[in-house]
Write a protein that binds this ligand. Sequence first.
Ligand code: SAM
Length: 333
Amino acid sequence: LKLEKKAKGKPQKQICQVVLDHFEKQYTAELGDAWSSVRDVLTSPWCWQHAVLLNRFSPSPGLESSLAEQGYRLAFAAALPYLPAAFRCYSRTAPGRFPAQKHQPGRLKEYYLLNAASLLPVLALEVKDGERVLDLCAAPGGKSVAILQCACPGYFHCNEYDDLRSRWLEQTIESFIPDPVINLITVSKLDGRQVGDLQPEFYDKVLVDAPCSNDRSWLFSADPQQAVLRLMQRKELSSLQFQLLRSAVEALRPGGSLVYSTCTLSRAENSDVINLILSSCRNVVPVDISGMARGVSQEFTFLSGMQQHELLVLPEKGRAWGPMYVAKLKKVS
Ligand code: SAM
């Protein structure tokens, strides 16, 4: 299936039919009528939007007026009054992308481009100054950077298992975080499943932004054989996600909380994994995030019928954010 060429000179993205067929079956069953409008957005890259998260450590005169001239407006701030004034994220309903900034050694970047729904796990985590924070699956580092726009942890551990992606994570941190804040950050290359045993009951907050079937990018897999393989191995992801979550629970101090997130619509990797943790760890309880969801409901479309401790962002035309699943849990003892 070939897509129309929408942008001159840009290579054409092609939908991978085998992935689309697989999603069609699964998501029609899981999402019902909502799937067809989600599918329309996911298969139309020219409708995709990007938000611009400003770097509070590198303020740029003129950037905000230039964003305003291009139709961007401040998101989140009015809806979530507990956010610090320095947290500034701009979005607009029109598709397109603000120019990305190149990495230049020794120079801080002024902003990070992202899917606005990626901020929801960070906002749900509610990191406070001085807390010990673990970002268990951190590369390329978008959420680590976003956490540091919200607060200044006392200790911030960013972990990434994959070697190459770990270097990417280090580069992101260097590009956005100056001295002396950077000294609060430890980057490691551990298997996230082992961190709980290595640092039990140590953290106030843990983010598990888990490896998952990335619906948006899988739909455009360039290699159909690899796509088929991935679809066949999809079930194994739920077990990895469960083990990462169990490790995160171990790493939390009693009273600490964790946020689990994925960028897939798949129930097997979302609610099912959370329900399994809730039924197998007696010291873990769900945390209500429906207030936050209500606060940002102008910006996002959520799947209805979710429980209070979880949300699922459905991409829609004009608010083409997500897919993003977020759930919050607390360790009570
Ligand atoms: N949080 C990142 C961000 O916002 O930029 C995105 C994280 S991505 C969804 C998931 C990451 O988990 C990938 O970079 C992947 O390499 C990493 N990963 C996969 N298996 C892992 C494991 N066992 N332990 C830790 N990280 C793992």
